[in-house]
Design a protein around this ligand. Structure first.
Ligand code: 5AD
Ligand code: SF4
Length: 460
């Protein structure tokens, strides 16, 4: 692995200043997971570094960039639909540059399709190409031809990239990139490449900057944070990294995602128990509650091992909550397999579930598997799962009522005059308060719950 420092591209900045009579504007739309949103913040930073401003609609933009997600087919179709919708605008404004980057751009068949069927897309680059964006744009502005990069994975980590963060109090902090797990349904290892960890000193330096800048919640990101440290010259694992960060003085909290159950260790749970800066919530995607299907998915844990880990966490960290991702309708999933998922969901009692109907991804192992279950049966299973989960969440949320808790105030609530705060355990509460509280901590008494929403009162 090579570590590079980002360098400012003055010649690209000079060219941008020469080509555009007034400051050019960029519209960046990021789809998909937090990792992608975090990449989007770096893309914005890199563009600002060469003189761009930002805008929030394609109509005003000189550069429109779709930072795409490839995890499910639906996400890909949405992006292509949005790209297609820009065609009339491009005809009116031929100088506008339309670009596509992110996970879709790391699939050869997508790049080929763009080359052939989307002639008004001028720029394509993959997830490892953010630092090269100034040079690619300069090339585009000079040569006036399409710059479509074929997918390539670079064994490189680029540090000190400029970042334009969307929030002033919640920050994403990537600690590693890529994934080595090859779950059989998942495209991520193919598009984001092999796992690579940032050096702990680089993470710590960025973390300290965030705390000094007043960030209250810092979320560490990686496809599989629990395997942090593999391949580094230093001897460090994820729990060690958490301890290193928690030693930084300040009033902040740390979240992290995503934890793979096969690598989430007792040491990690003990660390959560010991460190007040760490939120009492674990996103622990189980995917399915059938050992047979888990094996077909190549998840490398059993339902029993998963439940043991949950039980250990419950004992060591009182009040801890869990959330999970679940795939319904994996190829060959039977009604009995699905019942296993329902049982497991009931046993764990998740506060939140992210549920997905299996989506076939070209190039993955599962795409080769027989999938005889009709779509209707899969949507029916999904609905049954959602019904079960809703009851569980309502009960769990209602059980919180009566406590007074510290929340991070995130923004406006649904009702006029209400704000939303997030509890340490990742539940949210609505309460009446002045908007000046947004971005700070407040104590809130939890007074009631409506369906899956907690209601509260500011505790002065
Ligand atoms: N089909 C459906 N869901 C998927 N996920 C990943 N790949 C697929 C797929 N092919 C889900 C998993 C993962 C989450 C980010 O997306 O549940 O944890
Ligand atoms: Fe995909 Fe599995 Fe890696 Fe998650 S752990 S990104 S589901 S391959």
């Amino acid at each position: 692995m090579e570590f590079l420092n980002f360098t400012h591209d003055q010649s690209a900045a000079d060219l941008v200043a020469a080509v555009y009579p007034t400051q050019p504007l960029a519209y960046i739309h990021s789809y998909g997971c937090q990792q992608n949103v975090s990449d989007g913040e770096r893309i914005k930073g890199v563009l600002i570094d060469i003189g761009f401003g930002l805008c929030d609609s394609p109509e005003n933009a000189d550069l429109v960039l779709f930072n795409t997600c490839a995890v499910r087919e639906h996400a890909e179709q949405r992006v292509l639909g949005n790209v297609g919708a820009l065609k009339p605008l491009k005809e009116k404004k031929p100088g506008m540059i339309i670009g596509l980057c992110g996970c879709m751009a790391n699939q050869q068949q997508v790049v080929d399709k763009i080359r052939k069927s989307y002639p008004y897309v001028d720029l394509v680059f993959g997830v490892d190409g953010i630092d090269t964006l100034p040079a690619l744009l300069a090339q585009k502005l000079q040569q006036k031809k399409r710059i479509l990069m074929d997918p390539a994975q670079r064994p490189v980590i680029v540090e000190q990239m400029p970042v334009c963060r969307d929030s002033k109090f919640r920050a994403w902090l990537p600690i590693m990139y890529g994934c080595d797990n090859f779950c059989t349904y998942c495209i991520v290892p193919y598009v984001r490449g092999r796992e690579k960890s940032r050096r702990s000193a680089d993470i710590l330096a960025e973390f300290k900057q965030l705390v000094a800048a007043g960030y209250k919640e810092i979320t560490l990101l990686g496809q599989n944070v629990n395997s942090y440290g593999k391949g580094l010259d230093e001897n460090i694992d994820f729990s060690d990294l958490l301890n290193l960060l928690c030693a930084v003085p300040g009033d902040y909290q740390i979240r992290f995602m995503t934890s793979h159950p096969k690598d989430a260790s007792r040491k990690l749970i003990d660390t959560i128990a010991a460190q007040p800066h760490l939120c009492k919530h674990l996103h622990l995607p189980v995917q399915c509650g059938s050992n047979r299907v888990l094996q077909e998915m190549n998840r490398r844990y059993t339902v029993e091992q998963y439940l043991e880990l949950v039980e250990y966490a419950r004992q060591r960290v009182p009040g801890i909550t869990f959330s999970s991702d679940i795939i319904v309708g994996f190829p060959g999933e039977t009604e009995e397999d699905f019942q296993g998922t329902i049982d497991l969901v009931k046993k764990v009692g998740y506060m939140q579930l992210f549920t997905f109907i299996y989506s076939k991804r070209t190039g993955t192992k599962a795409a080769e598997m027989e999938d005889p279950t009709p779509r209707k049966e899969k949507t029916d299973r999904m609905q049954r799962l959602l019904n079960v989960q809703e009851k569980i969440a309502m009960e769990l949320i209602h059980r919180q009522v009566g406590q007074t808790v510290r929340v991070l105030v995130e923004g406006f609530g649904r009702a006029e005059g209400n704000l939303v705060g997030r509890l340490d355990n990742n539940l949210t509460v609505e309460f009446a308060a002045d908007e000046s509280l947004i971005g700070s901590y407040a104590n809130v008494k939890l007074t009631d719950s409506r369906a899956t929403v907690l209601l509260g009162e500011l505790d002065q």
